[in-house]
Ligand binder design. Structure first.
Ligand code: 5GP
Length: 178
């Protein structure tokens, strides 16, 4: 195998603490009468989303839905044009929506996806990402809640994979090419 695991960049304790803080920010900003639809982008963000929503207060009406998308392009570059494999179960029209993504890199996938969701006329559309590789941005994308800004190195764990592997790691680690 050409890859091996490198050092931990974000430990499970650091992640858990930040997830609590993000949930606090989201709850503080939420419209208590309207509730929230939390949309996870499969597969990576499912891990983050399930921890995040469990930190939201009981009094908020929180709904969870998932989408599975893939962007056209080759294995190293995303074109940003996304194809929906699995769509939301419920309409988001008139709802307050937060899209939860594991990592934003060039921003192309997320910005195309947000365009798609915006067309469905939600009352509001916000973005929460666990990791932001801000140096790599090719298009502006509005990130309302960000866990950590990280440098441009490939990471795995806590939902993030490398060719399907290592999603299950509790810590986020660098990958070393051998
Ligand atoms: P972009 O923002 O470039 O359109 O694409 C973001 C997607 O690239 C993420 O959803 C993720 O699948 C993948 N990605 C970008 N950087 C990393 C990384 O460091 N590790 C992993 N596992 N995936 C990454």
């Amino acid at each position: 195998m050409p890859y091996k695991l490198g050092e931990v960049i974000l430990s499970r304790e650091v992640i858990a603490q930040r997830v609590k803080e993000l949930a606090g920010e989201i709850a503080r900003d939420a419209d208590k009468d309207k509730g929230l639809v939390v949309v996870g982008i499969l597969t990576g963000a499912a891990f983050f989303l399930t921890d995040l929503v469990r930190e939201l207060p009981e009094y908020l009406d929180v709904r969870v839905d998932f989408m599975s998308v893939a962007s056209y392009g080759d294995s190293t570059k995303t074109s940003g044009v996304v194809r929906i494999f699995h769509d939301l179960k419920s309409s988001i029209e008139g709802k307050n929506v937060i899209v939860v993504e594991d990592i934003v890199d060039s921003g192309l996938t997320l910005s195309h996806l947000l365009g798609l969701l915006e067309n469905r006329n939600p009352a509001s559309l916000k973005v929460c990402v666990l990791l932001d590789k801000y140096e790599r941005r090719q298009t502006e994308v509005k990130v309302d809640y960000c866990g950590f800004r990280i440098e441009d190195k490939f990471v795995v764990g806590y939902g993030l994979d490398c060719a399907g592997m290592w999603r299950h790691l509790k810590d986020i680690k660098y990958v070393i090419e051998e």
